[in-house]
Design a protein. Structure first.
Length: 238
């Protein structure tokens, strides 16, 4: 199986990871560094028109490069937990109902920036790891481990059995997000802007926290909320 990705940052990161099968470049980029990089990695390069790139990417924001690459692999929950054990305080993030690829891409980018050990998503009602997610993540999709599970509540119980504390961010929370001690294995749960976190998932959480709002808007974009929470965890653990 393969995935079509586009945009300079996403293509560069995937080339460097040796996951690109074929690179398509706009004819004006015949001497571009990306072409040199692709050939260094023994990747076939084809020069086409911008219109053809737009047709392949299905958007005009390809920045002159489209690539066919191996599908973005996922890992099992057990493998994700095992890989995170190398840290004293692992940090995972569970996403509940994130359907916008721009949100998922931005969360992956922040997860990589803050050293999050991996994401957990559902195998249904969630945006898949696709080309738009890859572009928005600016290549972070290649570095952040993603586990796909059938049931979030059951996954939380597995995490608890492995000494994780579950911290859900929801408007119903009565505890401010900066009042929790994050010096332990933590799984943050982040819901969609529309429906939030499922009641059953909240029931399985150890803490339900809120990010205080002081303006006229009473909620944050899911990816922004994730970044705020990641930063707080890092700050608390210093």
């Amino acid at each position: 199986m393969s995935t079509i990705i586009f945009g300079r940052n996403a293509v560069r990161a995937t080339l460097e990871e040796d996951r690109v099968q074929t690179l398509f470049a706009a004819t004006r980029f015949q001497n571009d560094e990306f072409v040199t990089l692709a050939r260094k990695h023994n990747v076939s390069v084809k020069f086409v028109s911008d219109d053809e790139l737009t047709r392949m990417a299905r958007v005009p924001s390809h920045q002159g490069f489209v690539a066919i690459c191996d599908d973005y692999g996922t890992v099992s929950l057990g493998a994700l937990i095992e890989s995170a054990k190398k840290k004293q305080y692992p940090l995972l993030a569970m996403l509940d109902g994130i359907e916008d690829p721009h949100n998922l891409g931005a969360i992956l980018r922040s997860a990589d920036a803050f050293g999050v050990d991996g994401l957990i998503i559902k195998n249904h009602d969630e945006v898949p790891l696709n080309g738009t997610v890859a572009k928005v993540s600016t290549g972070a999709i290649n570095y952040v481990k993603v586990a796909v599970v059938a049931n979030l509540s059951q996954a939380l119980e597995v995490l608890k059995d492995n000494s994780y504390w579950i911290v859900a961010s929801d408007g119903s929370g009565t505890t401010d997000y900066d009042k929790v001690d994050y010096k332990s294995p933590i799984c943050l749960v982040i819901g969609s802007e529309g429906s939030g976190i499922q009641p059953l998932v909240l029931k399985h959480s150890d803490f339900i926290v809120k990010i205080p709002m002081f303006g006229h808007v009473n909620s944050l974009n899911a990816s922004v909320a994730a970044s705020v929470l990641f930063a707080q965890v890092i700050q608390n653990r210093k």
